[in-house]
Write a protein that binds this ligand. Structure first.
Ligand SMILES: [Cu+2]
Length: 176
C-alpha cells in the first residue's frame, strides 16, 4: 500500500513533466540532490545538505544512500500527520512515505518561501531539513507555533534547522 502510493506520486510527476514545455520557463534543467545518510550502527541519521537555497521552479530529489535505514522526507503541514505549518501558505505539502536504500523521491517547489521537512521515523533523532526558495525579503520562516490539535516539533527538531541567513549566504549547508 505504501509502495503503491509513492509510485503513483512519482508516475504522476513524470506525466506532469512530460506535459510541460521543456525546458519549463525559469526552471533549472536538473534536480538538486539531497541525500539521506546514516551511520552503519544507526546512531546518527541526517539529510545532506540539510539546508539548501534554490529558485522557484527547482526540482529537489532526495535519495536514500543509507544502506542500513529507511527514511522519509515529509513536509511539516497540518494536512500531513497534523503537524504545524512550516512551508509557505498555499504551497503543496508532500510525504514520500518510506524510501528503502537506493530509492528516490522528487518535488518541484514553485512557491517562494521557507520549507521545513523531516524524516518520520527519525524526527526525534533530529533528522530535519530546510529549503529556502527565492530570496529575502520575499522569504520568511513560518512561525510554526503549536496550535490545538497539531503535534508540536520536539526540541531536537526545532534546533536542527540551519538559519535562513546561513542557507542564503552559502547556497547549501552541510552537517557540521
Ligand atoms: Cu530517517
Amino acid at each position: 500500500m505504501i509502495m503503491t502510493r509513492r509510485r503513483v506520486i512519482e508516475a504522476g510527476g513524470g506525466i506532469l513533466a512530460a506535459l510541460l514545455p521543456w525546458p519549463a520557463a525559469g526552471a533549472a534543467a536538473d534536480a538538486v540532490e539531497i541525500t539521506m545518510l546514516g551511520k552503519a550502527n544507526g546512531s546518527h541519521v541526517w539529510f545532506d545538505p540539510f539546508g539548501i537555497h534554490v529558485e522557484p521552479g527547482q526540482t529537489i530529489r532526495w535519495t536514500n544512500r543509507d544502506p542500513g535505514n529507511s527514511h522519509t522526507v515529509t513536509a511539516y503541514h497540518p494536512a500531513i500527520f497534523e503537524r504545524p505549518l512550516r512551508i509557505p501558505v498555499g504551497a503543496k505539502p508532500w510525504d514520500s512515505d518510506y524510501l528503502l536504500p537506493g530509492e528516490s523521491f522528487s518535488v518541484m517547489l514553485t512557491t517562494a518561501g521557507v520549507y521545513d521537512y523531516y524524516c518520520v521515523p527519525h524526527e526525534h533523532a533530529g533528522m530535519v531539513g530546510r529549503i529556502v526558495v527565492g530570496s529575502p525579503p520575499a522569504v520568511e520562516a513560518v512561525s510554526g507555533t503549536a496550535e490545538p490539535g497539531l503535534t508540536p516539533l520536539p526540541d531536537v527538531a526545532l534546533s536542527g534547522f540551519p538559519s535562513i541567513e546561513e542557507i542564503v549566504a552559502n547556497g547549501a549547508v552541510h552537517r557540521r
